[in-house]
Design a protein around this ligand. Structure first.
Ligand code: SF4
Ligand code: SF4
Ligand code: FES
Length: 242
């Protein structure tokens, strides 16, 4: 079977190319390892656990974000690096900016509350805790593609994970950190949720963070810029049509 791989090497004059390789394995990660071993040792990709839990092998297959170790490939599939993130070489991306965005939110427990935790409390944050930081959601996000200051899907999902954590004594700081370039900039398009290999729903998490923010006294800053002074030159509705 033939697959196509988008190559990138900033040291070469011809930086971008699409190379074709013959592979015998239908698991994408195994096919990449086969190419590196037998066809082209310069092919660069990242992997760790090889079992869908470390998030390091995310790439795009025919335009859709996938974990290479969990993906079956077909004839002529096009393999590319994730979008919206700087490429280091071939399929390897530089995630330092996304890590910075995660740090910026300060989603962690600084001071513990003394509240007792039960099974229900654990289940409330279980799904969001399963994020493997694969960056697929950032790759798919239309807002992140045009604004690199947007805090973005997985950092906001992480914010909800801690805002919903009973052990966190004061959620106000995290909520404060996500008001600018955060929850109000998301269009709630849901693309991030569609591509998440962990079935996390960052769109729903962001919507929930908007509701919690309202309850905590924050407001949508975009509404302040919205002109409410409509001037329709309209004298009212005439039920008789004259
Ligand atoms: S939310 Fe999903 S898609 Fe985004 S980084 Fe976490 S696991 Fe990957
Ligand atoms: S729902 Fe929001 S965070 Fe998710 S892809 Fe759309 S704009 Fe980006
Ligand atoms: S190698 Fe760890 S998720 Fe694919």
């Amino acid at each position: 079977m033939k697959i196509k791989i988008k190559r990138y090497n900033q040291e070469l004059i011809e930086k971008n190319s699409i190379d074709e390789f013959e592979v015998s394995n239908t698991n994408l990660l195994k096919a990449l390892i086969q190419i590196k071993q037998y066809n082209d040792s310069t092919l660069t990709f990242r992997c760790g656990c090889k079992s869908g839990v470390c998030g390091s092998c995310a790439v795009k297959v025919n335009g859709l974000e996938k974990l290479a170790c969990r993906t079956k490939i077909n004839q002529n599939d096009l393999i590319e690096p994730l979008s919206n993130i700087n490429i280091i070489k071939d399929l390897v991306i530089d995630v330092s900016h996304e890590t910075f965005l995660l740090d910026k939110v300060k989603s962690y427990i600084d001071i513990n509350s003394n509240k007792e935790i039960n099974q229900e409390d654990i289940e409330k944050i279980d799904l969001q805790s399963n994020c493997i930081l694969c960056n697929s959601c950032y790759s798919s996000c239309p807002i992140y593609s045009i604004n690199k200051d947007f805090i973005g899907p997985f950092a906001l999902t992480r914010a909800l994970r801690y805002v919903d954590d009973k052990k966190l004594k004061d959620k106000k700081e995290i909520l404060n950190n996500i008001q600018t370039n955060g929850i109000w900039d998301c269009t709630l398009c849901g693309t991030c949720s569609l591509v998440c290999p962990q079935s996390i729903d960052p769109k729903a998490d962001i919507l929930k963070l908007q509701n919690i923010s309202f309850q905590e006294g924050f407001s949508n800053p975009n509404l302040n810029n919205f002109d409410m002074n409509f001037d329709y030159e309209f004298d009212g509705f005439n039920p008789n049509g004259f």
